[in-house]
Ligand binder design. Structure first.
Ligand SMILES: C[S@@+](CC[C@H](N)C(=O)[O-])C[C@H]1O[C@@H](n2cnc3c(N)ncnc32)[C@H](O)[C@@H]1O
Length: 264
């Protein structure tokens, strides 16, 4: 069981083991528990990220790859998309879904230490992932680092409902139906108890906007979805803020067969 006094290493181990254990039922539960809404939210997040056709996009905490496949549609056949997750069973399902599609890669890695060179990606997304990492600010800084100057980060995450009535219903649903259905279908003792608990401990819309600023992003804005139970934050890396090598001269963009080079 997840305890509040867990160290960052313990949290990482717990979260990884939990997502590995529930991977097989993850998509089904996502669709059931959100009444299918997560698909629309993800479409919206990718529309906001708007990677250019032929561009290079990244999805961190990619799970079974929903956002990766949507990004791939946006960048088109000349573009490339990389999904990163630390739970191998999630990546296994994502690779199966990809079926060897050109321009899509799934890489095992930690969101807090991304295996890519500075300034690699035109756009990056994180869907329901940053709440789960032990160091959210460190993760946002990593995303800032691997984005090109002018690149955009979009974070889709649970947030704070703006309506009292909806908030009360949502609390009831989160602490009764979600753990009940989640436990039965995932067969994990506390994964779907961890879900509402981690949401309640997560910063609200404004606090998360401030965290994005702290990580170096500018032009930060958000849009509430489902009365604020979910929010999409968009944040831009200012043009000209490239530490390290310039992206154009970056060999990571020209790895074997055009595959983005992954540093181990
Ligand atoms: C709630 S799922 C979201 C999956 C997917 N983005 C979606 O929206 O369906 C969170 C994912 O984040 C991954 N994750 C959590 N912490 C991570 C970390 N530090 N590094 C990489 N992946 C991580 C988990 O393995 C899990 O697959």
């Amino acid at each position: 069981m997840l305890l509040p006094e867990q160290s960052p290493e313990q949290k990482g181990r717990y979260v990884r083991a939990m997502f590995s254990a529930i991977a097989r039922r993850y998509d089904l539960l996502n669709t059931l528990l959100s009444f299918g809404l997560h698909k629309r939210w993800k479409q919206y997040a990718v529309a906001v990220a708007a990677p250019p056709p032929g561009g290079l996009a990244l999805d961190v905490c990619c799970g079974t790859g929903d956002l990766v496949f949507l990004l791939h549609r946006r960048v088109g056949p000349q573009g490339r998309v990389v999904g990163v997750d630390f739970a191998e069973p999630m990546l296994h399902l994502a690779r199966k879904r990809a079926g060897g599609a050109r321009g899509v890669w799934f890489v095992q890695g930690d969101a807090q230490a991304l295996p890519f060179a500075d300034g690699t990606f035109h756009a990056a997304t994180v869907g329901f992932g940053v709440r789960n990492v032990a160091d959210p600010l460190g993760t946002l800084r990593e995303l800032f680092r691997v984005l090109r100057p002018g690149g955009r980060l979009v974070v889709l995450e649970f947030s704070r409902p703006r309506s009292r009535l909806f908030g009360a219903l949502y609390d009831l649903y989160s602490y009764t139906a979600i753990p009940w259905v989640g436990r039965r279908l995932s067969r994990h003792p506390d994964a779907y108890w961890y879900l509402p608990t981690s949401i309640r401990g997560w910063p609200d819309q404004e606090a998360f906007r401030d965290l994005l600023h702290q990580a170096g992003f500018r032009s930060v804005w958000y849009r509430n979805l489902l009365f604020g139970a979910v929010a999409v934050h968009a944040a831009d890396k200012p043009p000209g803020r490239q530490e390290g090598r310039p992206a154009a001269a970056n060999p990571s963009l020209a790895g074997p067969e055009g595959r983005p080079e992954v540093r181990s």
